[in-house]
Design a protein around this ligand. Structure first.
Ligand code: NAD
Ligand code: G6P
Ligand code: MN
Ligand code: MN
Length: 433
Protein backbone atom coordinates (compact mmCIF):
# COMPACT_ATOMS: atom_id res chain seq x y z
CA UNK A 1 0.00 0.00 0.00
CA UNK A 2 1.29 3.36 -1.01
CA UNK A 3 2.07 6.55 0.85
CA UNK A 4 2.14 9.68 -1.29
CA UNK A 5 3.51 13.04 -0.14
CA UNK A 6 2.59 16.19 -2.04
CA UNK A 7 4.84 19.14 -1.25
CA UNK A 8 3.00 22.35 -1.93
CA UNK A 9 -0.26 20.62 -1.05
CA UNK A 10 -2.05 23.96 -0.70
CA UNK A 11 -1.79 24.50 -4.45
CA UNK A 12 -5.03 25.18 -6.29
CA UNK A 13 -3.98 22.28 -8.55
CA UNK A 14 -4.42 19.74 -5.72
CA UNK A 15 -8.00 18.70 -6.74
CA UNK A 16 -6.49 17.83 -10.12
CA UNK A 17 -3.99 15.40 -8.59
CA UNK A 18 -6.64 13.93 -6.29
CA UNK A 19 -8.88 13.33 -9.29
CA UNK A 20 -5.97 11.50 -10.92
CA UNK A 21 -5.63 9.13 -7.96
CA UNK A 22 -9.38 8.54 -7.88
CA UNK A 23 -9.46 7.68 -11.59
CA UNK A 24 -6.63 5.18 -11.20
CA UNK A 25 -7.61 3.73 -7.83
CA UNK A 26 -7.93 0.28 -9.40
CA UNK A 27 -4.24 0.22 -10.35
CA UNK A 28 -2.76 2.24 -7.48
CA UNK A 29 -3.54 1.10 -3.94
CA UNK A 30 -2.97 4.41 -2.20
CA UNK A 31 -3.35 4.20 1.56
CA UNK A 32 -2.28 7.71 2.50
CA UNK A 33 -1.92 11.04 0.76
CA UNK A 34 -0.07 13.66 2.79
CA UNK A 35 -0.55 17.25 1.66
CA UNK A 36 2.32 19.34 3.01
CA UNK A 37 2.64 23.09 3.06
CA UNK A 38 4.32 25.85 5.04
CA UNK A 39 2.90 28.36 7.52
CA UNK A 40 2.19 30.93 4.77
CA UNK A 41 0.14 28.36 2.89
CA UNK A 42 -1.80 27.00 5.85
CA UNK A 43 -5.11 28.61 5.00
CA UNK A 44 -5.00 27.42 1.40
CA UNK A 45 -3.94 23.96 2.55
CA UNK A 46 -6.95 23.73 4.84
CA UNK A 47 -9.43 24.79 2.20
CA UNK A 48 -8.14 22.68 -0.66
CA UNK A 49 -7.27 19.80 1.66
CA UNK A 50 -10.84 19.54 2.89
CA UNK A 51 -12.05 19.49 -0.69
CA UNK A 52 -9.57 16.68 -1.35
CA UNK A 53 -11.03 14.75 1.59
CA UNK A 54 -14.59 15.25 0.28
CA UNK A 55 -13.54 14.05 -3.17
CA UNK A 56 -12.00 10.88 -1.72
CA UNK A 57 -15.05 10.29 0.45
CA UNK A 58 -17.38 10.64 -2.51
CA UNK A 59 -15.30 8.10 -4.45
CA UNK A 60 -15.64 5.71 -1.46
CA UNK A 61 -11.91 5.00 -1.37
CA UNK A 62 -9.97 3.71 1.62
CA UNK A 63 -7.37 6.41 1.04
CA UNK A 64 -6.77 8.81 3.91
CA UNK A 65 -5.82 12.43 3.19
CA UNK A 66 -3.64 14.14 5.83
CA UNK A 67 -2.95 17.88 5.96
CA UNK A 68 0.26 18.96 7.64
CA UNK A 69 2.91 21.61 7.99
CA UNK A 70 5.35 18.96 9.17
CA UNK A 71 7.29 17.93 6.09
CA UNK A 72 9.32 15.24 7.81
CA UNK A 73 6.23 13.48 9.09
CA UNK A 74 4.78 13.57 5.59
CA UNK A 75 7.94 12.25 3.96
CA UNK A 76 8.61 9.41 6.41
CA UNK A 77 8.44 6.14 4.41
CA UNK A 78 6.70 7.79 1.48
CA UNK A 79 6.73 5.79 -1.74
CA UNK A 80 6.18 8.75 -4.05
CA UNK A 81 6.81 12.42 -3.44
CA UNK A 82 5.27 15.01 -5.73
CA UNK A 83 6.71 18.54 -5.61
CA UNK A 84 4.43 21.36 -6.69
CA UNK A 85 5.52 24.28 -4.54
CA UNK A 86 6.26 27.90 -5.37
CA UNK A 87 8.88 29.64 -3.23
CA UNK A 88 7.75 33.20 -2.59
CA UNK A 89 4.27 32.58 -3.97
CA UNK A 90 2.57 34.53 -6.74
CA UNK A 91 4.02 37.81 -5.40
CA UNK A 92 7.47 36.57 -6.36
CA UNK A 93 6.13 35.36 -9.71
CA UNK A 94 4.74 38.81 -10.39
CA UNK A 95 8.18 40.33 -9.79
CA UNK A 96 9.76 37.68 -12.04
CA UNK A 97 7.42 38.66 -14.83
CA UNK A 98 7.99 42.38 -14.41
CA UNK A 99 11.64 43.11 -13.71
CA UNK A 100 13.13 41.86 -17.01
CA UNK A 101 10.83 44.15 -19.03
CA UNK A 102 12.81 47.20 -17.89
CA UNK A 103 15.83 45.80 -19.68
CA UNK A 104 13.96 44.91 -22.82
CA UNK A 105 13.79 41.19 -22.04
CA UNK A 106 10.58 39.15 -21.84
CA UNK A 107 9.19 38.49 -18.36
CA UNK A 108 8.15 34.89 -17.84
CA UNK A 109 8.02 32.63 -14.81
CA UNK A 110 10.09 29.81 -16.31
CA UNK A 111 11.88 31.33 -19.30
CA UNK A 112 14.56 34.03 -19.29
CA UNK A 113 15.60 36.07 -16.22
CA UNK A 114 12.25 35.45 -14.47
CA UNK A 115 12.74 31.70 -14.67
CA UNK A 116 16.32 32.20 -13.51
CA UNK A 117 15.14 34.06 -10.39
CA UNK A 118 12.60 31.29 -9.70
CA UNK A 119 15.35 28.69 -10.04
CA UNK A 120 17.62 30.53 -7.59
CA UNK A 121 14.81 30.72 -5.01
CA UNK A 122 13.85 27.09 -5.46
CA UNK A 123 17.27 25.40 -5.44
CA UNK A 124 18.01 25.79 -1.69
CA UNK A 125 14.53 24.52 -0.83
CA UNK A 126 14.63 21.51 -3.11
CA UNK A 127 18.08 20.52 -1.79
CA UNK A 128 16.69 20.70 1.73
CA UNK A 129 13.68 18.58 0.82
CA UNK A 130 15.96 16.03 -0.82
CA UNK A 131 18.06 15.76 2.36
CA UNK A 132 14.88 14.78 4.18
CA UNK A 133 13.97 12.27 1.48
CA UNK A 134 17.46 10.72 1.57
CA UNK A 135 17.07 10.25 5.31
CA UNK A 136 13.39 9.39 5.69
CA UNK A 137 12.32 7.79 2.43
CA UNK A 138 15.45 6.72 0.54
CA UNK A 139 13.49 4.45 -1.79
CA UNK A 140 10.91 7.03 -2.77
CA UNK A 141 10.52 8.40 -6.27
CA UNK A 142 10.34 12.15 -6.51
CA UNK A 143 8.10 13.36 -9.32
CA UNK A 144 9.13 16.96 -9.77
CA UNK A 145 6.62 19.45 -11.15
CA UNK A 146 8.23 22.49 -9.58
CA UNK A 147 9.42 24.96 -12.19
CA UNK A 148 11.68 25.60 -13.86
CA UNK A 149 11.22 21.81 -14.03
CA UNK A 150 14.27 21.02 -16.17
CA UNK A 151 16.65 23.01 -13.97
CA UNK A 152 15.18 21.75 -10.71
CA UNK A 153 15.21 18.12 -11.85
CA UNK A 154 18.83 18.50 -12.99
CA UNK A 155 19.77 19.99 -9.61
CA UNK A 156 18.23 17.00 -7.81
CA UNK A 157 19.89 14.57 -10.14
CA UNK A 158 23.35 16.17 -9.91
CA UNK A 159 23.46 17.02 -6.21
CA UNK A 160 21.40 14.41 -4.35
CA UNK A 161 20.83 10.65 -4.19
CA UNK A 162 17.08 10.99 -4.66
CA UNK A 163 15.53 9.10 -7.57
CA UNK A 164 13.71 11.66 -9.63
CA UNK A 165 11.72 12.20 -12.81
CA UNK A 166 10.75 15.69 -13.96
CA UNK A 167 7.31 16.22 -15.38
CA UNK A 168 5.56 18.85 -17.45
CA UNK A 169 2.14 18.88 -19.03
CA UNK A 170 3.30 20.50 -22.30
CA UNK A 171 4.04 17.24 -24.18
CA UNK A 172 0.81 15.52 -23.13
CA UNK A 173 -1.15 18.66 -24.02
CA UNK A 174 0.45 18.69 -27.48
CA UNK A 175 -0.46 15.02 -27.94
CA UNK A 176 -4.04 15.66 -26.86
CA UNK A 177 -4.32 18.62 -29.24
CA UNK A 178 -3.00 16.58 -32.15
CA UNK A 179 -5.25 13.61 -31.48
CA UNK A 180 -8.26 15.92 -31.22
CA UNK A 181 -7.35 17.57 -34.53
CA UNK A 182 -7.12 14.16 -36.16
CA UNK A 183 -10.19 12.91 -34.32
CA UNK A 184 -8.37 9.81 -33.24
CA UNK A 185 -7.59 8.25 -29.90
CA UNK A 186 -4.37 9.43 -28.27
CA UNK A 187 -3.03 5.88 -28.34
CA UNK A 188 -3.22 5.81 -32.14
CA UNK A 189 -0.62 8.53 -32.49
CA UNK A 190 3.02 8.66 -31.52
CA UNK A 191 4.86 11.95 -31.22
CA UNK A 192 8.63 11.92 -31.04
CA UNK A 193 9.56 14.68 -28.62
CA UNK A 194 13.06 16.06 -28.36
CA UNK A 195 14.51 19.01 -26.48
CA UNK A 196 14.42 20.51 -22.99
CA UNK A 197 11.58 21.41 -20.65
CA UNK A 198 9.57 24.30 -22.13
CA UNK A 199 11.85 23.98 -25.16
CA UNK A 200 10.63 20.73 -26.64
CA UNK A 201 9.79 20.04 -30.27
CA UNK A 202 7.49 17.42 -31.73
CA UNK A 203 10.00 16.10 -34.23
CA UNK A 204 7.81 13.55 -35.94
CA UNK A 205 4.15 12.56 -35.67
CA UNK A 206 3.10 9.04 -36.55
CA UNK A 207 -0.51 7.93 -37.02
CA UNK A 208 -0.66 4.15 -36.68
CA UNK A 209 2.86 4.01 -38.08
CA UNK A 210 2.40 6.51 -40.91
CA UNK A 211 4.51 9.67 -40.81
CA UNK A 212 2.01 12.53 -40.92
CA UNK A 213 4.24 15.30 -39.62
CA UNK A 214 3.88 17.54 -42.66
CA UNK A 215 0.12 17.11 -42.78
CA UNK A 216 -0.35 17.80 -39.11
CA UNK A 217 1.77 20.94 -39.29
CA UNK A 218 -0.46 22.23 -42.08
CA UNK A 219 -3.65 21.38 -40.21
CA UNK A 220 -2.28 22.96 -37.13
CA UNK A 221 -1.44 26.18 -38.92
CA UNK A 222 -4.77 26.27 -40.74
CA UNK A 223 -7.01 25.77 -37.77
CA UNK A 224 -6.56 25.70 -34.04
CA UNK A 225 -3.14 26.69 -32.87
CA UNK A 226 -1.04 24.76 -30.47
CA UNK A 227 -1.13 26.78 -27.30
CA UNK A 228 -1.87 26.76 -23.59
CA UNK A 229 -3.96 29.01 -21.38
CA UNK A 230 -0.96 30.72 -19.82
CA UNK A 231 0.76 31.89 -23.02
CA UNK A 232 -0.30 34.78 -25.29
CA UNK A 233 -1.88 33.30 -28.39
CA UNK A 234 0.41 34.87 -30.97
CA UNK A 235 0.09 33.37 -34.46
CA UNK A 236 2.99 31.37 -35.72
CA UNK A 237 4.90 32.39 -38.85
CA UNK A 238 3.45 29.78 -41.21
CA UNK A 239 6.40 29.63 -43.61
CA UNK A 240 8.84 29.29 -40.76
CA UNK A 241 7.06 26.40 -39.08
CA UNK A 242 6.62 24.61 -42.40
CA UNK A 243 10.31 25.02 -43.15
CA UNK A 244 11.24 23.88 -39.67
CA UNK A 245 9.25 20.71 -40.28
CA UNK A 246 8.73 20.16 -36.58
CA UNK A 247 6.08 21.26 -34.12
CA UNK A 248 7.30 23.95 -31.73
CA UNK A 249 5.94 23.90 -28.19
CA UNK A 250 3.87 26.85 -26.93
CA UNK A 251 6.86 28.24 -25.01
CA UNK A 252 8.93 28.56 -28.21
CA UNK A 253 7.08 31.78 -28.81
CA UNK A 254 9.32 33.37 -26.19
CA UNK A 255 12.34 32.64 -28.39
CA UNK A 256 11.07 32.64 -31.97
CA UNK A 257 8.83 35.68 -31.40
CA UNK A 258 10.66 37.39 -28.57
CA UNK A 259 10.17 40.89 -30.02
CA UNK A 260 6.45 40.47 -30.55
CA UNK A 261 6.02 38.93 -27.15
CA UNK A 262 7.92 41.69 -25.43
CA UNK A 263 5.61 44.23 -27.04
CA UNK A 264 2.57 42.19 -26.10
CA UNK A 265 3.75 41.98 -22.50
CA UNK A 266 4.53 45.66 -22.29
CA UNK A 267 1.12 46.57 -23.64
CA UNK A 268 -0.87 44.15 -21.47
CA UNK A 269 0.85 45.56 -18.40
CA UNK A 270 -0.37 49.00 -19.30
CA UNK A 271 -3.79 47.73 -20.37
CA UNK A 272 -6.16 47.95 -17.47
CA UNK A 273 -7.66 44.67 -16.37
CA UNK A 274 -5.38 42.44 -18.42
CA UNK A 275 -2.17 42.52 -16.45
CA UNK A 276 0.60 39.98 -16.37
CA UNK A 277 -0.10 36.27 -16.10
CA UNK A 278 0.72 36.38 -12.38
CA UNK A 279 -1.98 38.99 -11.86
CA UNK A 280 -4.47 36.96 -13.87
CA UNK A 281 -3.62 33.86 -11.85
CA UNK A 282 -4.07 35.77 -8.58
CA UNK A 283 -7.61 36.59 -9.70
CA UNK A 284 -8.34 33.04 -10.86
CA UNK A 285 -6.95 31.67 -7.61
CA UNK A 286 -9.08 33.93 -5.46
CA UNK A 287 -12.20 32.69 -7.23
CA UNK A 288 -11.05 29.07 -7.10
CA UNK A 289 -10.56 29.13 -3.36
CA UNK A 290 -14.00 30.71 -2.89
CA UNK A 291 -15.42 27.78 -4.86
CA UNK A 292 -13.31 25.23 -2.95
CA UNK A 293 -14.75 26.50 0.35
CA UNK A 294 -18.23 25.28 -0.56
CA UNK A 295 -18.81 22.24 1.62
CA UNK A 296 -21.17 20.75 -0.95
CA UNK A 297 -18.46 20.68 -3.59
CA UNK A 298 -16.91 17.23 -3.90
CA UNK A 299 -15.28 17.25 -7.33
CA UNK A 300 -12.75 19.21 -9.34
CA UNK A 301 -14.53 22.36 -10.52
CA UNK A 302 -14.56 23.43 -14.15
CA UNK A 303 -12.98 26.82 -13.29
CA UNK A 304 -9.62 25.12 -12.74
CA UNK A 305 -9.37 24.86 -16.53
CA UNK A 306 -8.42 28.55 -16.62
CA UNK A 307 -5.00 27.56 -15.30
CA UNK A 308 -2.21 26.39 -17.59
CA UNK A 309 -2.01 22.96 -15.98
CA UNK A 310 -4.30 20.97 -18.28
CA UNK A 311 -3.82 17.17 -18.03
CA UNK A 312 -1.52 17.65 -15.06
CA UNK A 313 -3.06 14.78 -13.10
CA UNK A 314 -3.17 12.43 -16.05
CA UNK A 315 0.52 13.00 -16.61
CA UNK A 316 1.50 12.62 -12.96
CA UNK A 317 -0.66 9.73 -11.82
CA UNK A 318 -0.22 7.66 -14.98
CA UNK A 319 3.53 8.11 -14.57
CA UNK A 320 3.38 6.92 -10.97
CA UNK A 321 1.30 3.95 -12.05
CA UNK A 322 3.79 3.08 -14.79
CA UNK A 323 6.58 2.99 -12.20
CA UNK A 324 4.60 1.16 -9.51
CA UNK A 325 3.14 -1.43 -11.89
CA UNK A 326 6.37 -1.73 -13.88
CA UNK A 327 4.38 -1.07 -17.04
CA UNK A 328 7.34 -0.29 -19.32
CA UNK A 329 5.02 2.26 -20.89
CA UNK A 330 6.14 5.29 -22.89
CA UNK A 331 5.90 8.70 -21.19
CA UNK A 332 7.42 12.02 -22.12
CA UNK A 333 9.43 13.14 -19.13
CA UNK A 334 12.54 14.97 -17.97
CA UNK A 335 15.35 12.52 -17.63
CA UNK A 336 19.14 12.19 -17.76
CA UNK A 337 20.39 12.52 -21.31
CA UNK A 338 22.76 9.55 -21.26
CA UNK A 339 23.76 9.98 -24.89
CA UNK A 340 20.28 10.56 -26.30
CA UNK A 341 21.16 14.03 -27.58
CA UNK A 342 24.70 13.41 -28.73
CA UNK A 343 26.02 16.94 -28.21
CA UNK A 344 24.85 17.29 -24.59
CA UNK A 345 26.55 15.85 -21.51
CA UNK A 346 25.22 12.57 -20.13
CA UNK A 347 24.11 14.22 -16.90
CA UNK A 348 22.08 16.98 -18.56
CA UNK A 349 18.34 16.66 -18.06
CA UNK A 350 16.38 16.56 -21.32
CA UNK A 351 12.70 16.14 -22.19
CA UNK A 352 11.89 13.19 -24.39
CA UNK A 353 9.90 9.96 -24.74
CA UNK A 354 11.01 7.32 -22.24
CA UNK A 355 10.19 3.76 -21.33
CA UNK A 356 8.97 3.90 -17.74
CA UNK A 357 8.94 1.00 -15.33
CA UNK A 358 10.08 0.32 -11.78
CA UNK A 359 13.62 1.15 -12.84
CA UNK A 360 12.58 4.65 -13.71
CA UNK A 361 12.65 6.32 -17.10
CA UNK A 362 14.95 5.28 -19.95
CA UNK A 363 15.02 7.59 -22.99
CA UNK A 364 14.37 6.41 -26.53
CA UNK A 365 16.79 7.48 -29.23
CA UNK A 366 15.47 9.04 -32.43
CA UNK A 367 18.81 9.78 -34.09
CA UNK A 368 20.40 13.10 -34.94
CA UNK A 369 18.79 16.28 -33.74
CA UNK A 370 18.04 18.51 -36.78
CA UNK A 371 20.63 21.26 -37.02
CA UNK A 372 17.92 23.93 -37.09
CA UNK A 373 17.39 23.42 -33.36
CA UNK A 374 20.84 22.38 -32.17
CA UNK A 375 21.99 25.92 -31.41
CA UNK A 376 19.04 26.80 -29.23
CA UNK A 377 19.11 23.52 -27.30
CA UNK A 378 22.83 23.87 -26.66
CA UNK A 379 22.64 27.48 -25.64
CA UNK A 380 19.72 27.02 -23.25
CA UNK A 381 21.25 23.91 -21.69
CA UNK A 382 24.54 25.73 -21.04
CA UNK A 383 22.56 28.55 -19.42
CA UNK A 384 20.69 25.98 -17.32
CA UNK A 385 23.82 24.25 -16.11
CA UNK A 386 25.42 27.58 -15.14
CA UNK A 387 22.17 28.60 -13.43
CA UNK A 388 22.33 25.44 -11.32
CA UNK A 389 25.93 26.16 -10.33
CA UNK A 390 24.96 29.70 -9.38
CA UNK A 391 21.94 28.50 -7.41
CA UNK A 392 23.89 25.88 -5.49
CA UNK A 393 26.97 27.99 -4.70
CA UNK A 394 25.48 31.46 -4.39
CA UNK A 395 28.27 32.79 -6.58
CA UNK A 396 27.22 36.10 -8.09
CA UNK A 397 29.78 35.99 -10.90
CA UNK A 398 28.37 32.63 -11.90
CA UNK A 399 24.89 34.14 -11.91
CA UNK A 400 26.03 36.84 -14.34
CA UNK A 401 27.73 34.18 -16.46
CA UNK A 402 24.49 32.18 -16.56
CA UNK A 403 22.47 35.11 -17.89
CA UNK A 404 25.17 36.12 -20.37
CA UNK A 405 24.72 32.61 -21.75
CA UNK A 406 20.94 32.96 -21.96
CA UNK A 407 19.93 33.50 -25.61
CA UNK A 408 17.42 36.18 -24.58
CA UNK A 409 20.06 38.20 -22.70
CA UNK A 410 23.64 37.78 -24.03
CA UNK A 411 24.74 41.32 -23.15
CA UNK A 412 27.11 41.47 -20.18
CA UNK A 413 25.85 44.88 -19.15
CA UNK A 414 22.25 43.73 -19.18
CA UNK A 415 23.12 40.52 -17.36
CA UNK A 416 24.82 42.45 -14.54
CA UNK A 417 21.85 44.76 -14.12
CA UNK A 418 19.38 41.89 -14.18
CA UNK A 419 21.38 39.96 -11.60
CA UNK A 420 21.72 42.99 -9.33
CA UNK A 421 18.01 43.58 -9.45
CA UNK A 422 16.91 40.00 -9.03
CA UNK A 423 19.24 39.43 -6.08
CA UNK A 424 17.89 42.57 -4.52
CA UNK A 425 14.19 41.89 -4.94
CA UNK A 426 14.50 38.24 -3.93
CA UNK A 427 16.87 38.74 -0.99
CA UNK A 428 14.68 36.99 1.59
CA UNK A 429 14.50 33.83 -0.55
CA UNK A 430 18.19 33.59 -1.44
CA UNK A 431 20.06 32.38 1.66
CA UNK A 432 22.87 31.07 -0.54
CA UNK A 433 23.87 34.54 -1.81
P1 NAD B 1 1.20 28.10 -5.63
O1 NAD B 1 1.68 29.49 -5.58
O2 NAD B 1 -0.22 27.82 -5.40
O3 NAD B 1 2.09 27.25 -4.62
C1 NAD B 1 1.71 25.99 -4.16
C2 NAD B 1 1.96 25.87 -2.69
O4 NAD B 1 3.36 25.81 -2.42
C3 NAD B 1 1.44 27.06 -1.87
O5 NAD B 1 0.36 26.65 -1.06
C4 NAD B 1 2.65 27.50 -1.06
O6 NAD B 1 2.34 27.88 0.26
C5 NAD B 1 3.51 26.27 -1.10
N1 NAD B 1 4.92 26.45 -0.76
C6 NAD B 1 5.73 27.50 -0.96
N2 NAD B 1 6.95 27.26 -0.47
C7 NAD B 1 6.91 26.00 0.05
C8 NAD B 1 7.87 25.18 0.72
N3 NAD B 1 9.11 25.59 0.96
N4 NAD B 1 7.47 23.94 1.12
C9 NAD B 1 6.21 23.51 0.90
N5 NAD B 1 5.28 24.25 0.29
C10 NAD B 1 5.63 25.47 -0.13
O7 NAD B 1 1.72 27.50 -7.01
P2 NAD B 1 1.01 26.66 -8.16
O8 NAD B 1 0.52 27.59 -9.16
O9 NAD B 1 0.15 25.62 -7.61
O10 NAD B 1 2.30 25.97 -8.78
C11 NAD B 1 3.15 25.19 -7.96
C12 NAD B 1 4.42 24.83 -8.70
O11 NAD B 1 4.15 23.91 -9.73
C13 NAD B 1 5.12 26.01 -9.34
O12 NAD B 1 6.51 25.84 -9.22
C14 NAD B 1 4.69 25.91 -10.78
O13 NAD B 1 5.59 26.52 -11.64
C15 NAD B 1 4.66 24.42 -10.95
N6 NAD B 1 3.83 23.89 -12.04
C16 NAD B 1 4.49 23.10 -12.92
C17 NAD B 1 3.83 22.50 -13.96
C18 NAD B 1 4.65 21.70 -14.93
O14 NAD B 1 4.27 21.56 -16.07
N7 NAD B 1 5.83 21.20 -14.53
C19 NAD B 1 2.44 22.69 -14.10
C20 NAD B 1 1.78 23.50 -13.16
C21 NAD B 1 2.49 24.08 -12.13
C1 G6P C 1 1.82 25.08 -18.10
C2 G6P C 1 3.26 24.75 -17.89
C3 G6P C 1 3.58 24.80 -16.43
C4 G6P C 1 3.24 26.14 -15.85
C5 G6P C 1 1.78 26.44 -16.13
C6 G6P C 1 1.45 27.86 -15.74
O1 G6P C 1 1.04 24.09 -17.53
O2 G6P C 1 3.60 23.49 -18.38
O3 G6P C 1 4.94 24.49 -16.25
O4 G6P C 1 3.45 26.13 -14.47
O5 G6P C 1 1.48 26.30 -17.48
O6 G6P C 1 0.07 28.01 -15.65
P1 G6P C 1 -0.55 29.23 -14.84
O7 G6P C 1 -2.00 28.99 -14.87
O8 G6P C 1 0.08 29.19 -13.48
O9 G6P C 1 -0.12 30.47 -15.58
MN1 MN D 1 5.12 1.77 1.66
MN1 MN E 1 5.61 22.87 -17.64
Amino acid sequence: LLKIAVIGGGSSYTPEIIEGFIKRANELPVKEIWLVDIKEGEEKLNIVGKLAQRMIEKAKLDTKVFLTLNRREALKDADFVITQFRVGGLEARLRDEEFPLKYGVIGQETTGPGGFAKALRTIPVILDICKDIEELAPRAWLINFTNPAGIITETISKYTKVKTIGLCNVPITMEMTISKLLEVDKKDIFVEFIGLNHLVWGKRVLLRGEDITERIIKTMLDGSQLNMKNIPDLKWDREFVKNLGMIPCPYHRYYYMSDLLLKEQQSSLSQKGKGSRAQQVMEIEKKLFEIYKDENLDEKPKELEKRGGAYYSDAAVSLISAIYNDKKEIHVVNVKNNGTISFLPDDAIIETNCVVGNNGAVPLIFGDVPKEIVGLINQVKIYESLAIEAGVTGDKDKAVMALVNHPLVLSVEKARKLVDELLNINKQYLPQF
